[in-house]
Design a protein around this ligand. Structure first.
Ligand code: GDG
Length: 493
């Protein structure tokens, strides 16, 4: 998951270093080690915060074994070279349950992705969401000066910007990036506390989304639910309560260079081990799906499409293996638990239906792989199917493109996700709910001429390399500088 930024966080107990990293202490030595970041945002943010000598404020579970900090809950990162300060907010179990597994992921997540029937608005969750946002605002105020740039990450912190604005010196700039879709007014109407959320977000000087559709939907919601605000749709700015918020669409990229480098340096022995471990035959054509186990990602729909494909194409049985890597997440929420069971049982059913003693149509794993193995999988996959029903951006599609260094690979891409607006015209577009259509596009991918396949992949590679994580960071900071200067001018007048 995206993990927090400077003066910000999202829901990972070890935000600055991704999936399994963290400023980690070992019980015996009480020493602190820092693991390499794995996620795209953390990998991108870490060097930025290091260069700025900044502070990264992130929540963690108070019992985590890496909670060695000073009396202010701060730790130096890296420990031996103090490039920035990590300030951890220890949250109680109840706070985490209500703030993270409650309002953030039982209300905002399904609401923003268009899964209204999955919204669970439990008593107290919104109050806890507010309380944790207040704690963030207090921690930010502790560190902020008149020159500070405060950059918040994601939907877990919608109320914080306004609280921060009121608590920090006037010269500080407050910005936020919203990593998930923003819903239409018809959907946002169902949001508990919707007015407070909009007021909170309008505490930002800058609010970023991945694509213009989400930015415009946000402005439409402000128009509808906060009538006192003045929205200028042409410049995408909002005047509210004496200040201006600029709304921008800045699509996020990946560290393309590092995925390409890893993919190029695959060791053949390592590859054989990977294939053996997962029982992937060496001579088959490989399809790949790689997602968090989340109901937005369209995994059962993808499996149904694969079933159609094998029904329609008996010749491909024994010749095509689909590898589905799914990482369990938010399993404290029952919907996620049930979703995982559904996916696993569909895999078993399809494998029983078509599998033989030598071959399984679907190889399924929930293992978390180190980046080099992830890149090995990307490079070996002849076709990748990215079929979410909704997704702010989707980094996996871009990582696959970056790692497809041979150029002979094809991407099937859902037309409902942010990544489609960047890459759609050169991928094979799919409607994730149309199993027959997806199966047909898979047939197209597998029968495409090598020339056409390379032509498409090379164009995709150019796009992904040109719009990588570094250029995203630069765009963010160009905008931050711009709103900072605008505010200076406004205060001077
Ligand atoms: C949210 C938004 C938006 C996965 N398994 C392993 C592993 N991963 C890494 C991938 C990728 C990341 O996790 C997943 O990123 P996505 O963008 O695909 O999806 P979300 O987690 O839903 O992210 C999304 C994103 O934020 C950024 O704004 O694009 O729309 O929902 O980087 O590589 N990494 C390693 N081992 C694994 O097994 N090392």
């Amino acid at each position: 998951e995206p993990a927090g930024g400077s003066a910000s966080t999202t829901g990972d107990a070890s935000p600055p270093t991704g999936t399994d990293g963290g400023a980690r202490s070992t019980a015996e030595t009480r020493s602190i080690t820092v693991d390499e970041p794995t996620g795209g945002l953390t990998a991108g943010l870490d060097p930025v915060v290091q260069r700025t000598d900044g502070t990264w404020i992130a929540w963690g579970d108070g019992d985590a074994d890496f909670a060695v900090t000073d009396e202010r809950n701060c730790v130096a990162v890296p420990p031996d070279d103090e490039a920035y300060t990590l300030h951890r907010l220890d949250l109680s179990e109840e706070a985490i349950d209500s703030y993270y597994y409650g309002f953030s992921n039982r209300v905002l997540w399904p609401l923003c992705h268009g899964f209204s029937d999955l919204i669970e608005n439990r008593p107290n969750d919104f109050e806890w969401y507010r309380t944790v946002n207040e704690r963030f605002a207090e921690a930010v105020a502790d560190h902020a000066t008149n020159d500070s740039v405060i950059w918040l990450q994601d939907y877990h912190l919608a109320l914080a910007p306004r609280l921060i604005r009121d608590a920090v010196p006037a010269g500080a700039t407050v910005a936020q990036f919203w990593h998930i879709p923003w819903p239409t007014p018809a959907r946002f109407r169902q949001c508990p506390g919707r007015r407070q959320l909009l007021e909170g977000l309008l505490g930002n000087d800058l609010l970023g989304f991945h694509v213009t559709r989400y930015a415009d939907q946000f402005l439409a919601c402000v128009d509808r639910f906060l009538p006192e605000a003045t929205v200028d749709h042409a410049s995408r700015t909002v005047r509210y309560d004496g200040r201006t918020t600029r709304v921008v669409a800045t699509p996020m990229g990946v560290d393309a260079e590092s995925y390409a480098r890893e993919a190029r340096s695959i060791d053949p022995d390592q590859l054989s081990t990977l294939f053996e471990t997962y029982g992937i035959p060496r001579d088959v054509t490989i399809g790949l799906g790689l997602d968090r186990l989340d109901y937005t990602k369209g995994i059962p729909e993808r499996l149904t499409a694969l079933e159609r494909f094998f029904e329609r194409n008996p010749d491909w049985r024994g010749e095509f293996t689909f590898v589905q890597k799914a990482t369990p997440s938010r399993t404290e929420i029952e919907t996620y638990e049930q979703y995982g069971e559904l996916v696993r049982s569909e895999v078993r059913r399809i494998n029983r239906r078509f599998g033989t003693a030598e071959w399984r149509p679907i190889v399924y794993t929930e293992d978390v792989l180190p980046k080099e193995q992830l890149c090995a999988l990307y490079r070996c996959a002849d076709v990748m199917v990215v079929s979410p029903l909704a997704d702010g951006m989707n980094l996996v599609a871009q990582e696959y493109v970056a790692a497809s260094v041979d150029g002979d690979a094809t991407l099937l891409l859902s037309d409902r996700i942010g990544a489609h607006e960047r890459l759609g015209s050169h991928a094979l577009t799919i409607d994730p709910t149309d199993a027959v259509g997806v199966a047909a596009q898979l047939e197209t991918a597998l029968s495409m001429s090598p020339y056409e396949r390379k032509r498409r992949m090379n164009t995709l590679r150019q796009r992904v390399c040109n719009g990588d994580i570094e250029s995203w960071m630069e765009t963010q900071f160009d905008w931050i500088r711009r709103v900072h200067d605008d505010r200076r001018d406004e205060t001077d007048r």
